[in-house]
Design a protein. Sequence first.
Length: 393
Amino acid sequence: MLPLQHYSHMQQTFLQQFKAEPQLMSVAPGRINLIGEHTDYNDGFVLPGAIDKCVTFMLAENGEADLCRVYSVDMNESVEFSLQALSPMENGGWRNYILGVAAELQLAGASLRGFDATFKGDVPLGAGLSSSAALECALATGLNALFDLGFSQVELATVSQMAEHHYAGVKCGIMDQFASVMGKKDQVFRLDCRTLEYAHFPLDLQEYQLLLLDSCVEHSLAGTAYNERRNQCEVGVNVLKHFYPETLKLRDISPEQLNAYKTTLSEVVYRRCLHVVNENERVQRTCEALTAHELPLLGSLLYQSHDSLSKLYEVSCPELDFLVDYTRSIDWVLGARMMGGGFGGCTLNLILSSEKDRFVESISAAYLREYGIQLKAYAVSLEDGAHVKPIPA
Ligand code: GLA
Protein backbone atom coordinates (compact mmCIF):
# COMPACT_ATOMS: atom_id res chain seq x y z
CA MET A 1 0.00 0.00 0.00
CA LEU A 2 1.32 3.47 -0.74
CA PRO A 3 1.86 5.67 2.33
CA LEU A 4 -0.75 8.47 2.56
CA GLN A 5 1.59 11.30 1.57
CA HIS A 6 2.02 9.63 -1.83
CA TYR A 7 -1.64 10.23 -2.60
CA SER A 8 -1.36 13.96 -2.10
CA HIS A 9 1.83 13.97 -4.17
CA MET A 10 -0.02 12.12 -6.97
CA GLN A 11 -2.87 14.59 -6.72
CA GLN A 12 -0.53 17.57 -6.97
CA THR A 13 1.23 15.99 -9.92
CA PHE A 14 -2.14 15.49 -11.61
CA LEU A 15 -2.95 19.15 -11.08
CA GLN A 16 0.43 20.28 -12.46
CA GLN A 17 0.30 17.99 -15.48
CA PHE A 18 -3.33 18.49 -16.49
CA LYS A 19 -4.50 21.69 -14.73
CA ALA A 20 -7.47 19.83 -13.27
CA GLU A 21 -8.44 17.69 -10.28
CA PRO A 22 -8.62 13.89 -10.56
CA GLN A 23 -12.13 12.45 -10.32
CA LEU A 24 -11.34 9.01 -8.94
CA MET A 25 -8.64 6.67 -7.81
CA SER A 26 -8.24 2.98 -8.66
CA VAL A 27 -5.89 0.45 -7.13
CA ALA A 28 -4.78 -3.03 -8.23
CA PRO A 29 -2.28 -5.32 -6.48
CA GLY A 30 0.54 -7.61 -7.59
CA ARG A 31 0.30 -11.30 -6.72
CA ILE A 32 2.06 -14.29 -5.28
CA ASN A 33 1.36 -17.84 -6.39
CA LEU A 34 1.60 -20.53 -3.74
CA ILE A 35 1.81 -23.30 -6.33
CA GLY A 36 0.67 -24.15 -9.87
CA GLU A 37 3.28 -22.64 -12.18
CA HIS A 38 2.92 -22.70 -15.98
CA THR A 39 -0.37 -24.52 -15.58
CA ASP A 40 -2.71 -21.59 -16.33
CA TYR A 41 -2.27 -21.53 -20.11
CA ASN A 42 -2.72 -25.31 -20.08
CA ASP A 43 -6.25 -24.83 -18.69
CA GLY A 44 -5.01 -26.17 -15.32
CA PHE A 45 -5.11 -25.03 -11.70
CA VAL A 46 -3.26 -22.26 -9.82
CA LEU A 47 -3.28 -21.08 -6.20
CA PRO A 48 -2.48 -17.35 -6.14
CA GLY A 49 -3.37 -14.43 -3.88
CA ALA A 50 -3.19 -10.62 -4.21
CA ILE A 51 -0.53 -8.82 -2.14
CA ASP A 52 -0.09 -5.55 -0.30
CA LYS A 53 1.91 -4.00 -3.15
CA CYS A 54 -0.15 -2.13 -5.74
CA VAL A 55 -0.39 0.23 -8.66
CA THR A 56 -2.58 3.29 -8.01
CA PHE A 57 -4.15 5.47 -10.71
CA MET A 58 -5.83 8.87 -10.46
CA LEU A 59 -8.07 9.63 -13.42
CA ALA A 60 -10.43 12.25 -14.84
CA GLU A 61 -12.31 12.84 -18.06
CA ASN A 62 -10.68 15.69 -20.00
CA GLY A 63 -13.59 16.74 -22.23
CA GLU A 64 -11.84 15.63 -25.43
CA ALA A 65 -13.38 13.11 -27.81
CA ASP A 66 -10.40 10.81 -27.99
CA LEU A 67 -7.22 12.44 -26.68
CA CYS A 68 -5.70 10.68 -23.66
CA ARG A 69 -2.69 11.59 -21.54
CA VAL A 70 -1.09 9.33 -18.95
CA TYR A 71 1.82 10.27 -16.70
CA SER A 72 4.00 7.87 -14.71
CA VAL A 73 4.94 9.53 -11.42
CA ASP A 74 7.70 7.00 -10.67
CA MET A 75 9.41 7.30 -14.04
CA ASN A 76 8.59 10.91 -14.75
CA GLU A 77 7.53 9.89 -18.25
CA SER A 78 4.29 10.31 -20.14
CA VAL A 79 2.32 9.08 -23.12
CA GLU A 80 -0.27 10.88 -25.18
CA PHE A 81 -2.48 8.99 -27.61
CA SER A 82 -5.72 9.02 -29.53
CA LEU A 83 -8.33 6.35 -28.86
CA GLN A 84 -8.66 5.85 -32.62
CA ALA A 85 -6.46 3.28 -34.35
CA LEU A 86 -4.33 2.19 -31.40
CA SER A 87 -1.34 -0.06 -31.95
CA PRO A 88 1.68 -1.14 -29.85
CA MET A 89 4.70 1.22 -29.77
CA GLU A 90 8.13 -0.14 -30.58
CA ASN A 91 10.14 -0.26 -27.33
CA GLY A 92 7.13 1.29 -25.64
CA GLY A 93 7.78 -0.33 -22.23
CA TRP A 94 5.05 0.60 -19.73
CA ARG A 95 3.24 2.66 -22.37
CA ASN A 96 2.19 -0.47 -24.22
CA TYR A 97 0.23 -1.74 -21.21
CA ILE A 98 -1.71 1.53 -21.17
CA LEU A 99 -2.39 1.50 -24.90
CA GLY A 100 -3.27 -2.18 -24.69
CA VAL A 101 -5.89 -1.69 -21.99
CA ALA A 102 -7.50 1.23 -23.85
CA ALA A 103 -7.52 -0.79 -27.09
CA GLU A 104 -8.83 -4.03 -25.59
CA LEU A 105 -11.57 -2.30 -23.60
CA GLN A 106 -12.82 -0.75 -26.84
CA LEU A 107 -12.59 -4.10 -28.65
CA ALA A 108 -14.71 -5.54 -25.86
CA GLY A 109 -17.36 -2.92 -26.63
CA ALA A 110 -16.48 0.00 -24.32
CA SER A 111 -17.23 3.56 -25.41
CA LEU A 112 -14.28 5.52 -24.06
CA ARG A 113 -13.76 9.27 -24.26
CA GLY A 114 -10.67 11.39 -23.64
CA PHE A 115 -9.10 10.99 -20.16
CA ASP A 116 -6.06 12.07 -18.19
CA ALA A 117 -4.34 9.88 -15.62
CA THR A 118 -1.33 9.68 -13.33
CA PHE A 119 -0.11 6.48 -11.74
CA LYS A 120 2.39 5.26 -9.19
CA GLY A 121 3.22 1.83 -7.81
CA ASP A 122 5.17 -0.10 -5.23
CA VAL A 123 5.11 -3.54 -6.90
CA PRO A 124 8.82 -4.26 -7.50
CA LEU A 125 9.48 -4.35 -11.26
CA GLY A 126 10.83 -7.54 -12.84
CA ALA A 127 10.48 -9.45 -9.55
CA GLY A 128 7.83 -11.87 -10.82
CA LEU A 129 5.13 -10.20 -8.70
CA SER A 130 3.05 -9.18 -11.72
CA SER A 131 3.66 -5.46 -11.74
CA SER A 132 2.39 -5.45 -15.34
CA ALA A 133 -0.91 -7.15 -14.40
CA ALA A 134 -1.30 -4.63 -11.55
CA LEU A 135 -0.79 -1.77 -14.01
CA GLU A 136 -3.28 -3.19 -16.53
CA CYS A 137 -5.91 -4.07 -13.94
CA ALA A 138 -5.64 -0.74 -12.10
CA LEU A 139 -6.21 1.18 -15.35
CA ALA A 140 -9.00 -1.15 -16.52
CA THR A 141 -10.72 -0.81 -13.13
CA GLY A 142 -10.34 2.98 -13.17
CA LEU A 143 -11.73 3.36 -16.71
CA ASN A 144 -14.58 0.97 -15.93
CA ALA A 145 -15.63 3.29 -13.11
CA LEU A 146 -14.87 6.60 -14.86
CA PHE A 147 -17.01 5.76 -17.90
CA ASP A 148 -19.49 3.54 -16.09
CA LEU A 149 -18.70 0.70 -18.50
CA GLY A 150 -20.35 -2.04 -16.48
CA PHE A 151 -17.68 -4.72 -17.02
CA SER A 152 -17.51 -7.46 -14.39
CA GLN A 153 -14.29 -8.07 -12.44
CA VAL A 154 -13.62 -11.21 -14.47
CA GLU A 155 -14.13 -9.32 -17.74
CA LEU A 156 -11.63 -6.68 -16.58
CA ALA A 157 -9.12 -9.48 -15.91
CA THR A 158 -9.54 -11.01 -19.38
CA VAL A 159 -9.36 -7.60 -21.10
CA SER A 160 -6.10 -6.97 -19.21
CA GLN A 161 -4.76 -10.39 -20.24
CA MET A 162 -5.47 -9.54 -23.89
CA ALA A 163 -3.57 -6.26 -23.48
CA GLU A 164 -0.55 -8.33 -22.39
CA HIS A 165 -0.92 -10.69 -25.38
CA HIS A 166 -1.38 -8.08 -28.06
CA TYR A 167 0.60 -5.10 -26.72
CA ALA A 168 3.41 -6.70 -24.68
CA GLY A 169 3.74 -9.79 -26.87
CA VAL A 170 3.61 -12.28 -23.98
CA LYS A 171 0.97 -14.98 -24.41
CA CYS A 172 0.39 -15.23 -20.67
CA GLY A 173 -2.33 -17.24 -18.95
CA ILE A 174 -5.08 -15.67 -16.85
CA MET A 175 -3.53 -16.16 -13.39
CA ASP A 176 -1.88 -12.78 -12.80
CA GLN A 177 -4.76 -10.58 -13.92
CA PHE A 178 -7.34 -12.78 -12.23
CA ALA A 179 -5.43 -12.67 -8.93
CA SER A 180 -5.04 -8.91 -9.22
CA VAL A 181 -8.80 -8.35 -9.48
CA MET A 182 -10.20 -11.27 -7.45
CA GLY A 183 -7.78 -11.47 -4.48
CA LYS A 184 -9.20 -11.54 -0.97
CA LYS A 185 -7.63 -10.49 2.33
CA ASP A 186 -5.68 -13.29 4.07
CA GLN A 187 -6.68 -15.86 1.44
CA VAL A 188 -5.26 -17.61 -1.57
CA PHE A 189 -7.65 -19.08 -4.11
CA ARG A 190 -7.65 -22.17 -6.26
CA LEU A 191 -8.57 -21.11 -9.76
CA ASP A 192 -9.65 -23.51 -12.46
CA CYS A 193 -8.18 -21.71 -15.46
CA ARG A 194 -10.57 -23.47 -17.84
CA THR A 195 -13.89 -22.63 -16.23
CA LEU A 196 -12.65 -19.68 -14.12
CA GLU A 197 -14.38 -21.24 -11.11
CA TYR A 198 -12.52 -20.44 -7.94
CA ALA A 199 -12.51 -21.29 -4.25
CA HIS A 200 -10.81 -19.21 -1.57
CA PHE A 201 -8.59 -20.91 1.03
CA PRO A 202 -7.60 -19.16 4.24
CA LEU A 203 -3.82 -19.17 4.52
CA ASP A 204 -3.30 -20.20 8.13
CA LEU A 205 0.43 -20.75 8.47
CA GLN A 206 0.54 -20.88 12.31
CA GLU A 207 4.05 -19.91 13.47
CA TYR A 208 5.31 -19.93 9.87
CA GLN A 209 5.13 -17.24 7.22
CA LEU A 210 5.79 -16.67 3.54
CA LEU A 211 8.86 -14.68 2.66
CA LEU A 212 9.86 -13.59 -0.83
CA LEU A 213 13.51 -13.32 -1.76
CA ASP A 214 14.12 -11.22 -4.85
CA SER A 215 17.13 -12.55 -6.77
CA CYS A 216 17.30 -9.12 -8.45
CA VAL A 217 18.07 -10.80 -11.76
CA GLU A 218 15.87 -10.60 -14.81
CA HIS A 219 17.00 -12.59 -17.82
CA SER A 220 16.25 -10.79 -21.04
CA LEU A 221 14.88 -13.69 -23.09
CA ALA A 222 12.18 -14.52 -20.56
CA GLY A 223 9.29 -13.42 -22.84
CA THR A 224 10.57 -15.48 -25.77
CA ALA A 225 11.24 -18.56 -23.61
CA TYR A 226 7.76 -18.23 -22.09
CA ASN A 227 6.06 -18.31 -25.50
CA GLU A 228 8.32 -21.21 -26.51
CA ARG A 229 7.20 -23.25 -23.45
CA ARG A 230 3.62 -22.56 -24.37
CA ASN A 231 4.23 -23.84 -27.91
CA GLN A 232 5.93 -26.98 -26.62
CA CYS A 233 2.86 -27.77 -24.52
CA GLU A 234 0.70 -27.35 -27.63
CA VAL A 235 2.97 -29.70 -29.59
CA GLY A 236 2.48 -32.28 -26.81
CA VAL A 237 -1.31 -31.88 -26.92
CA ASN A 238 -1.37 -32.31 -30.70
CA VAL A 239 0.37 -35.68 -30.38
CA LEU A 240 -1.59 -36.89 -27.33
CA LYS A 241 -4.87 -36.02 -29.07
CA HIS A 242 -4.35 -39.01 -31.39
CA PHE A 243 -4.55 -41.34 -28.41
CA TYR A 244 -7.01 -39.34 -26.28
CA PRO A 245 -9.28 -37.57 -28.78
CA GLU A 246 -11.13 -35.63 -26.07
CA THR A 247 -7.92 -33.77 -25.12
CA LEU A 248 -8.06 -30.00 -25.55
CA LYS A 249 -5.18 -28.97 -23.30
CA LEU A 250 -2.67 -30.70 -20.99
CA ARG A 251 -5.23 -30.24 -18.22
CA ASP A 252 -7.08 -33.21 -19.72
CA ILE A 253 -4.10 -35.59 -19.39
CA SER A 254 -3.15 -37.51 -16.22
CA PRO A 255 0.47 -38.49 -15.45
CA GLU A 256 -0.44 -42.12 -16.21
CA GLN A 257 -1.94 -41.22 -19.59
CA LEU A 258 1.15 -39.19 -20.46
CA ASN A 259 3.54 -41.99 -19.51
CA ALA A 260 1.63 -44.52 -21.58
CA TYR A 261 2.64 -42.59 -24.74
CA LYS A 262 5.95 -41.17 -23.56
CA THR A 263 7.90 -42.53 -26.54
CA THR A 264 5.67 -40.77 -29.07
CA LEU A 265 6.90 -37.39 -27.82
CA SER A 266 10.31 -35.82 -28.22
CA GLU A 267 12.35 -35.90 -25.02
CA VAL A 268 11.99 -32.14 -24.44
CA VAL A 269 8.24 -32.05 -25.11
CA TYR A 270 7.76 -35.03 -22.77
CA ARG A 271 9.56 -33.23 -19.94
CA ARG A 272 7.51 -30.07 -20.46
CA CYS A 273 4.27 -32.07 -20.39
CA LEU A 274 5.36 -34.07 -17.35
CA HIS A 275 5.92 -30.87 -15.39
CA VAL A 276 2.47 -29.55 -16.25
CA VAL A 277 0.50 -32.71 -15.46
CA ASN A 278 2.32 -33.24 -12.14
CA GLU A 279 2.11 -29.58 -11.18
CA ASN A 280 -1.66 -29.66 -11.68
CA GLU A 281 -1.87 -32.53 -9.22
CA ARG A 282 0.38 -30.67 -6.79
CA VAL A 283 -2.13 -27.81 -6.69
CA GLN A 284 -4.84 -30.23 -5.56
CA ARG A 285 -2.54 -31.77 -2.98
CA THR A 286 -1.54 -28.34 -1.69
CA CYS A 287 -5.20 -27.45 -1.16
CA GLU A 288 -5.64 -30.65 0.86
CA ALA A 289 -2.49 -29.87 2.88
CA LEU A 290 -3.83 -26.35 3.63
CA THR A 291 -7.20 -27.71 4.71
CA ALA A 292 -5.53 -30.31 6.97
CA HIS A 293 -3.00 -27.72 8.29
CA GLU A 294 -0.16 -29.99 7.22
CA LEU A 295 2.60 -27.45 6.77
CA PRO A 296 5.53 -29.89 6.30
CA LEU A 297 3.61 -31.46 3.40
CA LEU A 298 2.99 -28.00 1.96
CA GLY A 299 6.73 -27.32 2.23
CA SER A 300 7.68 -30.52 0.47
CA LEU A 301 5.24 -29.75 -2.37
CA LEU A 302 6.98 -26.38 -2.82
CA TYR A 303 10.36 -28.10 -3.20
CA GLN A 304 8.88 -30.61 -5.65
CA SER A 305 7.44 -27.78 -7.70
CA HIS A 306 10.81 -26.04 -7.82
CA ASP A 307 12.67 -29.15 -8.89
CA SER A 308 10.18 -29.77 -11.65
CA LEU A 309 10.32 -26.14 -12.88
CA SER A 310 14.10 -26.22 -12.80
CA LYS A 311 14.81 -29.65 -14.31
CA LEU A 312 11.77 -30.54 -16.43
CA TYR A 313 10.39 -27.19 -17.49
CA GLU A 314 13.77 -25.41 -17.40
CA VAL A 315 12.51 -21.98 -16.44
CA SER A 316 14.74 -21.49 -13.39
CA CYS A 317 18.25 -20.00 -13.45
CA PRO A 318 21.41 -20.50 -11.36
CA GLU A 319 20.56 -17.64 -9.01
CA LEU A 320 17.07 -19.01 -8.20
CA ASP A 321 18.41 -22.55 -7.80
CA PHE A 322 21.07 -21.24 -5.42
CA LEU A 323 18.48 -19.46 -3.25
CA VAL A 324 16.29 -22.58 -3.05
CA ASP A 325 19.20 -24.99 -2.50
CA TYR A 326 20.51 -22.84 0.35
CA THR A 327 17.32 -23.49 2.33
CA ARG A 328 17.23 -27.29 1.90
CA SER A 329 19.32 -28.13 4.95
CA ILE A 330 17.63 -25.58 7.23
CA ASP A 331 15.09 -27.26 9.53
CA TRP A 332 12.93 -24.20 10.02
CA VAL A 333 12.49 -23.55 6.30
CA LEU A 334 9.74 -25.98 5.34
CA GLY A 335 9.86 -25.33 1.62
CA ALA A 336 10.97 -22.94 -1.12
CA ARG A 337 10.54 -22.55 -4.86
CA MET A 338 10.92 -20.11 -7.72
CA MET A 339 7.71 -18.23 -8.36
CA GLY A 340 6.03 -16.90 -11.52
CA GLY A 341 7.28 -17.18 -15.10
CA GLY A 342 10.92 -17.76 -14.06
CA PHE A 343 14.37 -16.80 -15.40
CA GLY A 344 14.79 -14.46 -12.43
CA GLY A 345 12.48 -12.73 -9.98
CA CYS A 346 11.62 -14.12 -6.56
CA THR A 347 11.69 -17.33 -4.61
CA LEU A 348 8.83 -18.05 -2.21
CA ASN A 349 9.93 -19.43 1.17
CA LEU A 350 7.86 -21.01 3.93
CA ILE A 351 9.84 -20.17 7.07
CA LEU A 352 9.46 -20.05 10.83
CA SER A 353 8.57 -16.42 11.58
CA SER A 354 10.89 -16.17 14.60
CA GLU A 355 13.89 -17.03 12.40
CA LYS A 356 13.13 -14.55 9.63
CA ASP A 357 15.76 -11.91 10.39
CA ARG A 358 18.54 -14.43 11.00
CA PHE A 359 17.58 -16.22 7.77
CA VAL A 360 17.57 -13.07 5.64
CA GLU A 361 20.95 -12.06 7.03
CA SER A 362 22.64 -15.39 6.34
CA ILE A 363 21.16 -16.06 2.90
CA SER A 364 21.85 -12.46 1.78
CA ALA A 365 25.50 -12.81 2.77
CA ALA A 366 25.83 -16.15 0.96
CA TYR A 367 24.11 -14.80 -2.18
CA LEU A 368 26.31 -11.69 -2.18
CA ARG A 369 29.43 -13.89 -1.91
CA GLU A 370 28.28 -16.14 -4.75
CA TYR A 371 26.89 -13.60 -7.24
CA GLY A 372 27.93 -10.17 -5.98
CA ILE A 373 24.23 -9.21 -5.82
CA GLN A 374 22.37 -7.78 -2.82
CA LEU A 375 19.03 -9.61 -2.68
CA LYS A 376 15.85 -8.01 -1.40
CA ALA A 377 13.42 -9.66 1.03
CA TYR A 378 9.67 -8.93 1.07
CA ALA A 379 7.33 -10.21 3.76
CA VAL A 380 4.02 -9.75 1.95
CA SER A 381 0.48 -9.99 3.28
CA LEU A 382 -2.57 -11.08 1.27
CA GLU A 383 -5.06 -8.34 0.44
CA ASP A 384 -8.21 -7.59 -1.52
CA GLY A 385 -8.04 -7.31 -5.30
CA ALA A 386 -8.56 -4.29 -7.56
CA HIS A 387 -11.03 -1.61 -6.43
CA VAL A 388 -11.94 2.04 -6.74
CA LYS A 389 -11.27 4.26 -3.73
CA PRO A 390 -12.26 7.80 -2.83
CA ILE A 391 -9.43 10.27 -3.28
CA PRO A 392 -8.22 11.18 0.26
CA ALA A 393 -9.30 14.72 1.19
C1 GLA B 1 3.62 -15.47 -15.71
C2 GLA B 1 2.35 -15.41 -16.53
C3 GLA B 1 1.22 -16.26 -15.89
C4 GLA B 1 1.71 -17.67 -15.58
C5 GLA B 1 3.06 -17.62 -14.84
C6 GLA B 1 3.66 -18.99 -14.66
O1 GLA B 1 3.43 -14.85 -14.47
O2 GLA B 1 1.90 -14.09 -16.67
O3 GLA B 1 0.11 -16.29 -16.73
O4 GLA B 1 1.79 -18.45 -16.72
O5 GLA B 1 4.02 -16.82 -15.51
O6 GLA B 1 2.86 -19.76 -13.82
